[in-house]
Design a protein around this ligand. Structure first.
Ligand code: HEM
Length: 209
C-alpha cells in the first residue's frame, strides 16, 4: 500500500459542503413540490431552508472555482483532446465497471494528483461543474425572487422554462448521486475513496513500478 495526496483541503471542504447542501436541497425541494405527500415540515420552513442552502451552494461553488482557476489545476478536468484516446478511454473504463471489476481485474485508470480522473469522470465532472451546477444555481436564484428577476426570467423564456430547467436538473443530480456514491465505494475497500475525500490521502496498492 502506498499513499498519495489526492484531494487538497479546499476541495475537500468544498466537496462535503456541496454534498450536504445537495442532500438538504433535494429533501426540502421535494417537500416544496409535494407538500401534502411528504409532510416533513411546514411549507414555509422548507422554502426558507431551501433558500439558505441554495445560497450556501452558490458561495461554495466559488471555493471550487477560485481554487481551480488560481492553481491552474483545472486541466485535470479536461478530457484528452485526441478523440480516439478519449473514446477508447471511456470504453475501457465502462468495460471495467460492467465486467472487469467482477473478474478481479485492476482499474485501468491510476489516479495521481495531475491525472486524477478517468475520461468518464472528466466528462461527467466537467459538465457538472461548468454547466449543470451553474445552470441550477442561476435558475434557483431567479426562482428565489420572481418579481425582482422578472426581466431575466422573461429573457430565459418565462417561468415555465426556468422551473422546468430547475426540476430536470434536480432529476439529473438525484440520479447522479446514486451512481456517484456507488462508484465511490469501488476503491480497494468500500470506504477507501470516501475516507480519502476526508483525509486527502488515497491508499493505493503498489504496482511494483
Ligand atoms: C453523499 C454524497 C457523496 C459522496 C459519498 C461522494 C463521494 C465522492 C468521492 C469519494 C470522491 C473522490 C473520488 C472522485 O474523485 O471521484 C468525490 C469526488 C467528487 N464529487 Fe462527490 N460525493 C457525494 C456527493 C457529490 C455531489 C452531490 C456532487 C455534485 C453535484 C459531487 C461531485 C463531485 C466532484 C465534482 C468530484 C471531483 C472533485 C475534485 O477532485 O475536484 N459529489 N465524491
Amino acid at each position: 500500500m502506498k499513499k498519495i495526496y489526492l484531494h487538497p483541503l479546499p476541495i475537500r471542504i468544498w466537496h462535503w459542503i456541496n454534498a450536504g447542501s445537495f442532500l438538504i436541497l433535494i429533501v426540502t425541494g421535494l417537500q416544496i413540490r409535494y407538500r401534502e405527500l411528504l409532510g416533513l415540515m411546514k411549507f414555509q420552513v422548507a422554502v426558507d431552508i431551501h433558500n439558505i442552502f441554495g445560497f450556501i451552494l452558490i458561495f461554495n461553488f466559488f471555493i471550487w472555482l477560485i481554487f481551480y482557476i488560481f492553481t491552474g489545476k483545472i486541466k485535470i478536468y479536461i478530457p484528452p483532446l485526441n478523440l480516439k484516446k478519449f473514446v477508447m478511454g471511456c470504453i475501457n473504463q465502462a468495460r471495467y465497471y460492467g465486467y472487469g471489476i467482477f473478474m478481479g481485474e485492476e482499474n485501468p485508470h491510476h489516479s495521481s494528483p495531475d491525472n486524477k480522473f478517468n475520461p468518464m469522470q472528466q466528462m461527467a465532472y466537467l459538465s457538472i461543474m461548468l454547466l449543470l451546477i451553474p445552470l441550477q444555481l442561476v435558475s434557483g436564484l431567479l426562482l428565489w425572487d420572481i418579481k425582482q428577476f422578472a426581466g431575466w426570467i422573461n429573457l430565459a423564456g418565462g417561468i415555465k422554462i426556468v422551473d422546468t430547467i430547475h426540476v430536470f436538473l434536480f432529476l439529473f443530480f438525484t440520479s447522479f448521486l446514486f451512481v456517484h456514491v456507488y462508484l465511490a465505494t469501488l476503491g480497494h475497500t468500500a470506504t477507501a475513496h470516501i475516507k480519502a475525500m476526508f483525509t486527502g490521502y488515497e491508499e493505493i496498492e503498489g504496482h511494483g513500478h
